[in-house]
Write a protein that binds this ligand. Structure first.
Ligand code: DX5
Ligand code: ZN
Length: 226
């Protein structure tokens, strides 16, 4: 586990969580260290099962290998049908934080409680087509909401401007019931769209392409995103 945890960071701080989906997997340890040197706080790890989303990415062994090489807060985004079945394995492998989808087949409240019982921070996320109302009942119980700003499954897609309203809505609910709530955005985040999401009330920025594939390097990418 990382020494610092997400719930120790203030929700008015801009936090970067680069998505390793866009990294060079043959140099993963090195790329993750470069991300840390660029000053990011979190590392976003996209887990896909080929069932919840039409793509397969990486899983438990990769988290475990990275844990020995990095002190970053591991922000695991589970795009899988049955998150409840894998929580313990991800915790053992070294996850610090787990975000799961409200559309998954696991019972939401029980899954939130199970993640907390493992000593991890917890996030809830929703696809672009899912109403924010679906996660409203859980806002007081969680550390982060992840607003997907593309259809989950692939990196390199175009940011969906419609999602800005959803961010504003969730931030206004959080102001009433959970002021420490982090709001993360994921998909198509670059130096222009990051600004829009921060203004709407997000504070945690996931970036894959705009971070790992930035032509001038990761430090420049981090500077632009913030
Ligand atoms: C999409 C993933 C994202 C993705 C973002 O399903 O959840 O984290 O890697 O990639 P970019 O930043 O390239 O849109
Ligand atoms: Zn993600």
């Amino acid at each position: 586990m990382s020494k610092v945890q997400l719930n120790q960071l203030p929700s008015d701080q801009t936090i970067l969580s680069p998505s390793i989906l866009a990294a060079d997997f043959t140099e993963l340890g090195k790329e993750v260290n470069m991300a840390a040197e660029a000053g990011v706080e979190l590392l976003h790890i996209d887990v896909m099962d080929g069932h919840f989303v039409p793509n397969i990415s990486i899983g438990i062994p990769v988290v475990k290998s990275l844990r020995d090489k990095s002190d970053l807060i591991f922000d695991v985004h589970l795009m899988i049908t049955n998150p409840m079945d894998y929580l313990e394995d991800f915790a053992k492998a070294g996850a610090d934080h787990i975000t799961f989808h409200v559309e998954s087949h696991s019972p939401v409240k029980e899954t939130i409680d199970a993640i907390k019982e493992l000593g991890l921070t917890v996030g809830l996320t929703l696809k672009p087509g899912t109403s924010a109302e679906e996660l409203k009942p859980y806002i007081a119980d969680i550390d982060m909401v992840l607003v997907m700003t593309v259809e989950p499954g692939f990196g390199g897609q175009k940011f969906m401007t419609d999602m800005l309203e959803k961010i504003k809505q969730i931030r206004s609910w959080a102001n009433e019931s959970n002021p420490g709530l982090h709001i993360e955005v994921d998909g198509g985040i670059n130096k222009d769209t990051s600004k829009l999401t921060l203004e709407a009330g997000a504070n945690v920025l996931v970036a894959g392409t705009a971070f790992f594939k930035h032509p001038e390097g990761m430090s420049k990418a981090a500077e632009e995103l913030r």
